[in-house]
Design a protein around this ligand. Structure first.
Ligand SMILES: Cc1ncc(C[n+]2csc(CCOP(=O)(O)OP(=O)(O)O)c2C)c(N)n1
Ligand SMILES: [Mg+2]
Length: 379
């Protein structure tokens, strides 16, 4: 551990500040907390989506280690918030995700295999089916914020008040100009957009305390005349309630309605930034322990158990169904033939000579050794 992480990685501090919470760390409803109005079926479906996300993440990391997919951004610890925010959307609403929002994308309509296909180099992997309102994931930090705001503003100008737009980004994104421009514009023009800041405490190796001197990220909304809410991002019911209210507010006509909201969802990135990162170099496990005790999957399980909804049999059925769905998704994604030449396409209108030379070199190598040789190297 280096000196910097010693200073900045203290547990609890972030989450001890005010935040909306419904469940305690074991999944009991806190005194005076208001549960969202979700049916038993909806709660169980949400729980199954959480289990699916957790297992998918484990499998995806393992697939990357086996050389079967490219670099992957893990989401364990953050899936409770992802699932809950997407559950709060209506079907016609739009989602602008980042590279980490696999579960949010899936809950809003992307198939599991389509989450894996682009990571296998499939050229059309990032294209979105016509009936799914999810933008391709954004890798350049914060660029989705003005774009999401723009789409929502467009809906407003066209009088399409049945659409809201939800935009995900991380704590690191709040230091980008795009964040400030997007929020300012949304505030001035009453744009029906919901900004969800997934504060997982780290932007690769930069801790949250080094990102800003602001006490919370939610308070940044104040400068732009936008309402904000700070929510326990490991409490799926609290996240659902906060997001649902923000979506309703975005769509409600009337004075002070049809307005944007900034949600700061306080989480922790349990794993590495991506499969190319080693977090042990810049942080120790202490803070993680604090958050792990509040694991979103266990907490929702505790809540369902308390309501008599989660029997052992039901758990077994859910696990089996989830395993099967992931297995099928992997088979589907691996059945798609990717064309290695495609990595050189669609970047330049006219391919520079440098790239042409690289493409020729790859073609020569493939001809000489065959594609199986490449798989062996990866194995
Ligand atoms: C404009 C831009 N600058 C730098 C990067 C390199 N980069 C990739 S991820 C990342 C950290 C982002 O942190 P955060 O916004 O907190 O999101 P998280 O990865 O924690 O979900 C950076 C700096 C990038 N992708 N885009
Ligand atoms: Mg982050």
């Amino acid at each position: 551990m280096n000196a910097q992480s010693e200073v900045y990685e203290h547990h609890g501090t972030e989450s001890d500040r005010d935040r909306l919470q419904i469940l305690d760390e074991d999944g009991n409803v806190l005194p005076g907390a208001e549960e969202p109005s979700l049916s038993d079926e909806e709660l169980l479906a949400m729980y199954e989506a959480l289990v699916l996300a957790r297992r998918f993440d484990e499998r995806a990391i393992s697939l990357q280690r086996q050389g079967r997919i490219a670099t992957y951004a893990p989401m364990t610890g953050q899936e409770g918030s992802q699932v809950a925010t997407s559950y709060a959307l209506d079907e016609d609403d739009w989602l602008f995700p980042t590279y980490r929002d696999h579960a949010a994308k899936h809950v809003h309509g992307m198939s599991l295999s389509s989450l894996l296909a682009p990571l296998r180099g499939y050229r059309d992997g990032y294209s979105i089916p016509d009936d799914v309102n999810v933008m391709p994931e954004y890798i350049p930090i914060a660029t989705q914020i003005p774009q999401a705001m723009g789409m929502a503003w467009g809906f407003k100008l066209q009088g399409q008040t049945d659409h809201a737009v939800m935009c995900h980004f991380g704590d690191g994104a709040t230091s980008e100009g795009d964040f400030h421009e997007g929020l300012n514009f949304a505030g001035v023009f009453d744009v029906p957009v919901v900004f969800v800041c997934n504060n997982n405490q780290w932007a690769i190796s930069t801790p949250r305390e080094r990102q800003t001197k602001s006490e919370t990220l939610a308070e940044k909304a104040h400068a732009y005349g936008i309402e904000s809410v700070r929510v326990d991002g490991l409490d799926p019911l609290a996240v659902y309630r906060a997001t649902r209210e923000a979506i309703r507010k975005a769509k409600r006509p009337g004075p002070n309605e049809g307005r944007p909201t900034l949600i700061e969802s306080v989480q922790y990135r349990f794993g590495a930034h991506t499969t190319s990162d080693d977090p042990s170099v810049y942080r120790d496990g202490e803070a993680a322990e604090w958050y792990r005790k509040r694991d979103p999957v266990d907490r929702l399980a505790g809540y369902l158990d308390g309501r008599g909804l989660l029997t052992d049999e039901r758990e077994t059925v859910i696990e089996a169904r989830v395993e099967k769905r992931i297995e099928t998704a992997i088979e589907e994604a691996e059945a798609i033939e990717a064309e290695p030449d495609d990595i050189f396409e669609h970047v330049y209108a006219e391919m520079p000579e440098r790239l042409e030379r690289q493409r020729e070199r790859l073609r020569d190598l493939r001809e000489k050794y065959g594609d199986d040789a490449f798989s062996e190297v990866l194995e």
